[in-house]
Write a protein that binds this ligand. Sequence first.
Ligand code: GUN
Ligand code: ZN
Length: 432
Amino acid sequence: MTTEAFHGELLTTLADPQRDGEAAIRHIPSALMVVEDGEIVEVGPRAALGWKYDGVPTTSLPGLIVPGFVDTHIHYPQTDRIAAHGHQLLDWLDRHIFPAELAFANRAHADGVADFFLGELLRNGTTAALVFATVHRQSVEALFDAALARDMRIVSGKVLMDRDAPDGLRDTVASGREESEALIARYRGRGRLGYAVTPRFALTSTPEQLGSAGAMLAAHDDVLLHTHLSENHGEIAAVAACFPDHDDYLDVYARHGLVGDRSVFAHGVHLDAGQMARMAKVGSAISFCPTSNLFLGSGLFDLAAADSAGVTVGMGTDVGAGTSFSLLATLAEAYKVGQLRGTSLDPFRALYLATLGGAKALKLDRRIGALAAGYEADFVVLDPAATPLLARRTAATTNLHDRLFALMMLGDDRAVHSTYLRGRPAHIRDSK
Ligand code: GUN
Ligand code: ZN
């Protein structure tokens, strides 16, 4: 057994500050965090704990120690198509994304992108993510093998799409099922991986394939469901035309057994109160992806409506429609979306959404998302003086709330001093 300790200023949420107020926030200016075999065993003020761990090797960390960020929706095959100009969702998919995804039939290509992608997550302080691959089984194998090598918490799955996609990007009901099952069997219980049954969205799967996805979700109680929902007006109209005898977009998924407490839906920008209430009732989660929603002109997600309905929400970058891998930059855009909606996102709530809230959406909130005993020691050291401007703004703050807000509004990968996975440094800024 290896025991080590980390010393520094620590900030974590232990619950949703929106619900539990100050009691949800733990801030220790001079903390000791003790880690045994990659798991946190104790966190507290160093003055109170130090004597107990005399002789335990201790690393002092500069900056603010927070839980590793959790990205609840991102596409690794779209890494090389981030910032593709000129279109909204359906045209953007046809012109930029489907051509890029074709290349993932090639395992070597997938390996190269997966390696870069995971490195980029770590550079941005993201230690866990729910990730879209492509329709190709080997795209998932490349990502999972790369995540195993780095000991990262990655949840992913083969994309199911058996219609309305170009040649080379379609599977069938049978092959989609068989390959998903094979991947579940091959990777179950390995490292920190998880599987998500992943129909792309209602437009690219036949009703038969959606039903098959629902059957897989029912057959395996340890897998998630990951898809897109109600993102763009053109998409919503096309779904209504395609499924005329369904009440609404959510009903299409619900009638195929896809709406439950292990379901994560990206976007939900145009859900009405009834759909929000149905999601809350069964415990489904929404991934809020503000940089993507603004980039594609999809709309302004109504976080206040999701909150009042009681829907679980996590943050997603949604690269490559999203324009940044950074959850800090993503929170900054979430704040601006809130301003346009007449609400203002509190920085502690924002930290929760990007950590424990995201973990809750992925059903991992007893393992990751907080810095407390029993949690995996995935954490990030943020540098409040990372850039001259951030240093200047930070120097002018007088409290933690304002310092955290400045980090979230001005920070990005530059503000990530280092990223740790189960107590081991996985990225240190400036060291190549
Ligand atoms: N809806 C279906 N596929 C996609 C995708 O790749 N990105 C986004 N943002 N929305 C989608
Ligand atoms: Zn997406």
